[in-house]
Structures are given as structure tokens and as C-alpha cells.
Design a protein around this ligand. Structure first.
Ligand code: T6T
Length: 326
């Protein structure tokens, strides 16, 4: 064989070998997916995880906590570690500090961690207090809070009292939303007073009761910001039950069908759609890339928003981001 052909044959064989290694790295990894709770947001994220797993030929084991909290998420995480067959865990930590030791234990057991939607520590996995996760893939929730503040301020004509209903303290996602909302109101809207947050522990009934109490105490309430699916749902129901639908403006984080129905009825002003499908899909791709030897994965990926109002809700460029879990 001429030298030229020998070199070509060697190069082809090397490429094949690299390809085979990459393929086997993907085929051999097994991923655990542990979201925050059962809700439409994480159901769509699971669709993204499963689609990427199918596309890449990777096995995924999913466990979903029935309620939001460290006491519900930790035993499922421990069980995932105890299986002994997982290489990666993709998870939304339900508390930015309290979930650190259990996830550090996963790493110590040889399982690499990617966080989606929520972060550990301060979310800066390069210079912050927690750096062991491969990446944090999720929305810029502080910016989402600012967008919500601007939307609500505009809807109430730049003055009045507004109220935040949220889930739990120390959850990076909703904490960021509250922070961005308050900062934006303090910066640009001196005639708006912000009440809350009240914490509903991710229970829509509690959110409704809390909002009903605020409506009673503040009959002049102009607007409500619900920082996630169940906060917005409960707070929105309280507004409607008080006969104030369309009068008290509601901004809803998370584009569930329920939120969009309320938008169409005029009971909700603005809906922020996150991109949970992208978060799930990208996280699986990151695990596969890491297993294949990629070393330059970004430690932070922002997935963006679609901001849905009554003028664009039927535009497919926006409506495609409504959470459809089936
Ligand atoms: O808003 C999402 C998620 O981003 C948040 O971390 C927790 O609540 C949701 O899952 C919606 O219920």
C-alpha cells in the first residue's frame, strides 16, 4: 500500500476508534433525573430529558418528589446514590444550602452533578462557595423578576400597592424572582408599594388563602405577582373569587394551560414562560459531552423566556412555549 494510503487508513481507523469511544461513553452512562416536585414545569423538563436520552441512546432513571422540600427530595437522592449504577445526576435542588451535603455525597460516590432550574450556593460554579456541579442550566430569574415588575407596573399605571406570593425561602429560583421584582420596583417605580412575599410552601390553596387575606386588608390592592405555577394559580384564584378578576392585575410566572386560560379571560395580565424542555434536553447533552471527554462546558447556561400577553398568545412563536406535558 502506498504511504499516502497507509496514512489515510490509519486516520480513518483512529477516527472510527474515537467515534466508537464517544458512542460507548454515551451508551454506558446512566443518568438520574431528580426534579423539584410534581408540576407542569418539571413535567415538560422531563420531556426534554427523555427526548435527549432517546436521541443519544442514554438510559435515565427518574424520581419525582411528591411535595416541595428537603425532606422529600433527600431520600430520593440518597436512594439514587445507593443504586450504585448512576454516573450523572441532573437535579433541581429545592434548597440552595441544605441540598449541598447530599449532592456532595453523590459526587464523592462518583456521580457527577448538573443542576437545572435551581442552583446551589450562589449559582457561581466558578468562583462561588459551591463549584462541584458541571453546570447550572436555567432561567435568569432575577431578570424574570424585573420583567414581571415592569409588566405589573405598566398594567397598574405606575402607582399603587402590589403583593408578592411565593413558595419557600432559600430556593434560588423564586428568591431571584422576588429580588429582581423588588429591585426594579424600588429603582423605577417610587409610587408603587410592594407587600410580601408570603410563602405558600408550593400549595395553591395556601396561596389563595394568603392572597384573600391581603385583599381583605388592602381593598385598594392593584396587583399581584405569583412567582411560580402554584403561587400564581392560588393568588389568581383568590383575585377571581373576590370578584376582582381584571381589576387587580396578576402577573404569573410559568406558562401553564391554567395561566393561559386566565390570560385569555382577562384575569391575568402577563405570563412568563420559562424553557424547561431546553433545560432538560441540554442537561442530558452536557452529561453525554462530559462522558465523551469534553472539558469546556459552560458552568452557566441561561435558557431565556417567552413573555406572553393577550396580543401574542396566539402567535406560534410564543404559544409554542406554553407548558404542554402530554
Ligand atoms: O417555577 C418553576 C420552577 O422554576 C421553580 O424553581 C419551582 O416552581 C416551578 O417548578 C413551578 O411550579
Amino acid at each position: 500500500m502506498a504511504k499516502r494510503h497507509l496514512i489515510a487508513a490509519f486516520a480513518a481507523a483512529t477516527l472510527l476508534a474515537v467515534g466508537a469511544n464517544a458512542a460507548s461513553a454515551q451508551e454506558n452512562i446512566k443518568i438520574g433525573f431528580l426534579p423539584g416536585v410534581v408540576d407542569p414545569f418539571y413535567q415538560v423538563m422531563e420531556l426534554g430529558v427523555n427526548k435527549a436520552a432517546k436521541d443519544l441512546g442514554i438510559e435515565v432513571v427518574t424520581q419525582v418528589p411528591p411535595t416541595w422540600g428537603v425532606e422529600a427530595q433527600t431520600p430520593l437522592l440518597n436512594a439514587m446514590i445507593a443504586r450504585g449504577d448512576l454516573n450523572y445526576i441532573i437535579t433541581a435542588p429545592v434548597d440552595k444550602d441544605q441540598m449541598v451535603p447530599a449532592l456532595q455525597a453523590a459526587l464523592d460516590a462518583g456521580i457527577k452533578v448538573i443542576t437545572v432550574d435551581t442552583f446551589l450556593g450562589d449559582g457561581d460554579y466558578v468562583n462561588g462557595p459551591v463549584t462541584f456541579p458541571i453546570s447550572y442550566i436555567g432561567s435568569d430569574n432575577v431578570e424574570g423578576g424585573r420583567i414581571s415588575a415592569r409588566g405589573l407596573a405598566k398594567a397598574i399605571g405606575g402607582k399603587g400597592t402590589v403583593y408578592i406570593n411565593s413558595t419557600n425561602p432559600n430556593v434560588s429560583s423564586v428568591e431571584g424572582r422576588e429580588q429582581g421584582f423588588k429591585e426594579e420596583m424600588a429603582k423605577d417605580y417610587p409610587d408603587i408599594t410592594v407587600l410580601g412575599p408570603d410563602y405558600n410552601l408550593d400549595d395553591p390553596n395556601k396561596a389563595a388563602q394568603q392572597t384573600a387575606a391581603v385583599l381583605e386588608q388592602h381593598p385598594d390592592l392593584a396587583g399581584v405577582f405569583g412567582t411560580n405555577v402554584f403561587s400564581a394559580q392560588g393568588a389568581g384564584n383568590a383575585v377571581v373569587n373576590a370578584g376582582l378578576g381584571g381589576h387587580v392585575q396578576v402577573v404569573a410566572y410559568d406558562a401553564t394551560k391554567d395561566a393561559i386560560e386566565s390570560l385569555n379571560k382577562g384575569d391575568v395580565t402577563l405570563v412568563l414562560a420559562q424553557k424547561p424542555f431546553d433545560m432538560g434536553y441540554l442537561a442530558v447533552e452536557f452529561a453525554a459531552a462530559d462522558a465523551a471527554g469534553v472539558t469546556s462546558l459552560p458552568k452557566r447556561v441561561q435558557t431565556g423566556f417567552a413573555i406572553i400577553d393577550k396580543d401574542n398568545v396566539d402567535d406560534p412563536n410564543y404559544s409554542r412555549f406554553i407548558y404542554k406535558a402530554e
